[in-house]
Every structure is written in C-alpha cells, then in structure tokens.
Write a protein that binds this ligand. Sequence first.
Ligand code: AMP
Ligand code: ZN
Length: 133
Amino acid sequence: MKNDCIFCAIGAGEIPSFKIYEDEVSLAYLDINPFSFGHTLVIPKAHSANLAETSDETLAMLVSRVKKIARHIKETLPCDGYNILQNNGEAAGQSVHHIHFHIVPRMAGDKLEFVNSKGDMAALQALAERLKM
Ligand code: AMP
Ligand code: ZN
C-alpha cells in the first residue's frame, strides 16, 4: 500500500466507497463524479501507478474482473453498451496514479461527452445497492 494514494486507501477499506464488487485482489466502486449513470472503476488492491508498472498477471486478473462487472452492469441497468477507459499519465487525463479501468455505461444516441459530473451521494448510494454483486 502506498502512502497518500487514495485508491490504496479505498482498497484497504480505510476510506469509504460506493463498492459494488470485491474479492481478495480487486475492488470495483462507483466513480463519485461520473461520466454517465453507473460509471464504475475497477482497481487491483496492490498499488501500481499505470499500465506499464502493472504485471501481466495483475492485468489479466483485472481484465477478467472488468469483463464480469461490465456484463453485470449491462444486465442490471438500462445500458445499451459501454466504454472501457484506462488513462496513463496526466497528458492522457490520469488524475489518480493507481491503475484503474473505467466502465462507462452508454445508451443508444446518448452523445455522451467524457466529462465528470458532480456526483449526488444519495443517488450513488442507492445505485451501489442496486449494483452490488
Ligand atoms: P483518471 O482521470 O483516469 O485518473 O480517473 C480518476 C477517476 O477517479 C475520476 O473519474 C474521479 O471522478 C474518480 N475518483 C476520484 N476520487 C474518487 C473517490 N474517492 N471515489 C470514487 N471515485 C473517485
Ligand atoms: Zn495506490
């Protein structure tokens, strides 16, 4: 665990999150400032900053979790499709330097712009209950 890393602290349960999935090595929770309804982040509990720093084994584990969680989101929400995003470096929009995959649910014709909205905490809590795996 890396000191001062917010996603390590979430992974260790030291700060709260709108968790929807957890196992020994990974965690998925709602993005607090979502691009779209159901926007979810999937992280490994072990710290690594980005794609290049993450072992192939951890990446394979993470992608299998992303696949499982995305399928669950698509089956549970009104959701026609989804984008998987993974930003590396500030130039690419990475703001938290603990690797994470974004699952961004999409609706047909939504013309989504990938801009963070201000999350409504009560709505996120209710959504996390609905999506809990
Ligand atoms: P990135 O820009 O790829 O680094 O994505 C970081 C994402 O983490 C952003 O979409 C933020 O809204 C989200 N985020 C930051 N802090 C938290 C938090 N405490 N809980 C959930 N999501 C967060
Ligand atoms: Zn970390």
